[in-house]
Structure formats: structure tokens, C-alpha cells
Ligand binder design. Sequence first.
Ligand code: TYM
Length: 332
Amino acid sequence: MEIVVSGIRPTGKLHIGNYFGAVRNFLKMQENHQCYFFIADFHSLTTHPTPTDLHSSVSIVLAEYLAFGLDPDKSVIYLQSDVPEVTELYLYLNMNAYKGELERVSTFKEKAKTQPDNINAGLLTYPTLMAADILIHNADKVPVGKDQEQHLEMTRTFANRFNRLYKTDYFKEPTAFTYNSKLIKVPGLTGTGKMSKSAGESDCIYVGEDADVLKKKIMRAVTDSGPQKPNSKLSQPVANIFSLMELVSEQNVIDSFKNAYADCSIRYGDLKKQLAEDMEKFISPYRERIKDTLENKQLLSRVARQGAERARESASQTIKEVREIIGFKKFY
Ligand code: TYM
């Protein structure tokens, strides 16, 4: 059976970019793959070395995983920090990861710009830690959004290099995966790039968002001054609104707004109102479920413990074999 691994950093509530880019695929994959889904709490230290409340951020992601329908009896659901074997593999991979290639990774370059006073070694080696997460279970497939493509390429480079250096074919070359035809990039509401916390609260639609906040955020989404002539090209902010609709609205509704855009009769207020309604329909079933799950501390603790045990079983087997391949031998 194919092995699937993926994770999300605990930066607070999950937004619909996380859901449609990653979690939606997790839900399908858990039905017929051996899945490992974790919370990347080590990774969060690369940008927030002194987190104010790491445990509650982790609890939110765990509760949301369960509220969305990840099933702890089908998938292994765990915290990265519960599997210390990951850090050992990270160490081995770092021995053969080069400064030049790590400095060329676009997420590193972006973060180095946004946090110039904290360009730490963990940030530089973010892709080796991510590779360790994936290779610790020798994954075949990694469900992620488009923004993680380059990291997956690095994972394959490290897996390949390990095999070459130690003359083995131990690691597979895992690939980014989605059930859509292409990896997706969900845009934010501020008219720029992908939906992201770093673009600010007003950029993100959270899956547990309150109804009135949701409506306000969408009604304030950036658009433009309207089509100037028939059949003109969509500007980026308006194209973003349509991309969000593609996730939650009926095709005939989208088509009617596209036609209205083409003949210049569109009113952006109506477009956003429609998006807000359809997004509300998508979000409302999750709202209560997330709250209830977050309050169920016993459930969270049971799931995390069971996940840690099962993840460590697989991880310790990998570490044992990797140690043998590299040449560590015990005297006792
Ligand atoms: P992170 O925490 O930034 O995002 C988690 C997942 O959500 C996807 N995603 C998006 N997809 C589409 N559109 C968006 N706007 C959007 N924003 C986020 C991401 O692609 C990701 O799948 N490095 C990873 C976490 C990680 C990981 C791993 C993932 C650590 N180790 C091993 C897979 C395997 C990250 O920062 O994702």
C-alpha cells in the first residue's frame, strides 16, 4: 500500500487554503492509503522561536483535523515533536545538504527578507526537516498545495543523494499529490498572492470563522473599478474572487457572474454577497464541530498518544535501518 505523509504548521486556526490545498486530499487518501498526518510544531520555531502558546496552537490544529473528518483509526495523527526520530534523520540529511542549494529556496529568501534579524540555521534547513518528516516513513505521496512544490523537489534531491552516497536504494522519491489536475493555490482576499496568515487577518478565511466576521471579510475583499469594455481580461483581485467561488459555488452561478463580467453588467457587491453565502454554507457545519472537539481534551489526548505510538513504530524502524546503512554499529 502506498504511504502518504503530510503536515501543517500550528500557526492558529486553519484557513481555507490549508483545507483545499491539503486537508481535503487527506480526507480522501485516508480511505485507501497508509497515511501519516502530523502537526509540524518543530517547524513553527523557525519563525517563532519563543511561541506564546504553542500548546493551544497545536490543540487547535489537532481539533480541526478531527472536526474535518480525519479518522485516528484510519490515519496516524500525531505531533512532530512526539517523534524524536525525525530530528535524528534531520541531522543525517543535514550532513549532505549544502548551503548554496538551501539559500536558493524561495521560501528561505522570502523569510530572510521578512525576518532579517532572525535568519537562523533552522530557517535555512527548513527543507531538510521537511524531508526528514517525509522520509522518516519513506512516503510515496505528499498531499500539499502549490506553495510546497519546491520543498518536495528538495526532498527528492535529499533522498536521491542519500541513496547515491550510501550506495543503496533505501529511500523512495516522494511526489507532491492532489486529486485535482494541478496542485492548487487558494488566493487570499487582499488581491495579492496565495491566502496566507503573513498577508494579515483580512487576507484569510478561517474554516471555523464566525458568520458575521466571514461576511464582513468577504464584503471588504479587494476588487477593481469594474470592467471598462466587454470581454476584458479579469484583473488579479477579481480573478481571485472567482477562484474562491470555484471552491464553494455552483458552476451555473459562477458562469452567470462571468457572463455579467463579460457584458459589463456585473456588480461586485452581488458577486461578493454570493461568495459570502456559499462560503457560509461550506463553513457552517464545521463551526460547532471544531469548538466541541477542542473542548474534548480527553479525545485530543487519546488521539495524540495513539498517533505518537504508531508514528514512532514506523520512524524507529527507519532510523534503525538508516543507522545500519550509514555504518553505525553498537558495541553492546
Ligand atoms: P503550511 O503550514 O504553510 O500549510 C499547510 C498546508 O496547506 C497548504 N496551503 C495552501 N494550499 C493552497 N493555497 C493556499 N493559499 C495555501 N496555504 C497553505 C500548504 O501547501 C500545505 O500543504 N512546510 C509545510 C508544513 C510541513 C509539511 C511537512 C508538509 C512540514 N513538514 C512534510 C508536508 C510534508 C508548511 O509550511 O505548510
